[in-house]
Design a protein around this ligand. Structure first.
Ligand code: COA
Length: 159
């Protein structure tokens, strides 16, 4: 089975990587797809996010990095894939994720969403939190891979 794992990934964290690794073990192929949303202000450009993701998944041979814009259902159809993966960190994610999954099903009855539970050690993690902590010189080494940590520090402080 081939699955799509969509998101903003601004930037990828250990929480995302945990979901990607689980998918890589369970499914034949995983397409991690970055939403290209020009109206959302991001720290990293789409090209930079692609580069960061490619680096951190380089040892996972069945993982591909891609981008999409517009509706997820249309992207999935274009790629001929009918399964989407989303990670659930805590019960607070549930309502938003349920809404998204049901809306996607309304738009395309063939599209199925599978939820994977995040590791408990990452339930508090989000990309904005990582950026906020880094912005105040906090230690983000346990939250993102080294390569991403360097990219964040370079972006925020130029070092
Ligand atoms: N570990 C760590 N953090 C996680 C995580 C995990 N397992 N899962 C989600 N997060 C965090 C992300 O870092 C992000 O944090 P931030 O808000 O601080 O940046 C936040 O949770 C949101 O996650 P993300 O996966 O990027 O979701 P999103 O809401 O930005 O985007 C899409 C979800 C891309 C799937 C959705 O917006 C989409 O499909 N858009 C296309 C338009 C469309 O089809 N709309 C109709 C359907 S509603």
């Amino acid at each position: 089975m081939i699955v799509i794992y969509p998101g903003s990934f601004d930037p990828v964290t250990y929480g995302h990587l945990d979901i990607i690794e689980r998918c890589s073990k369970k499914f034949d192929q995983v397409i991690v797809s970055i939403l290209n949303n020009p109206t959302k202000k991001t720290l990293f450009s789409v090209d930079e996010r692609i580069k960061l993701l490619k680096e951190v998944v380089k040892d996972l041979k069945n993982v591909e990095i891609d981008t999409f814009s517009g509706l997820l259902v249309n992207y999935a159809k274009t790629r001929g894939i009918s399964t989407v993966i989303r990670g659930l960190r805590a019960v607070t994610d549930f309502e938003y994720e349920l809404q998204m999954a049901l809306m996607n099903r309304e738009l395309d009855n063939e599209l199925e969403t599978i939820f994977l539970m995040s590791s408990s050690q990452y339930t508090f993690l989000s990309s904005s939190m990582v950026k906020e902590v880094a912005g105040f010189d906090g230690d983000i080494s346990g939250l993102v891979p080294d390569y991403v940590e360097k990219a964040i520090n370079y972006k925020l402080k130029g070092d």
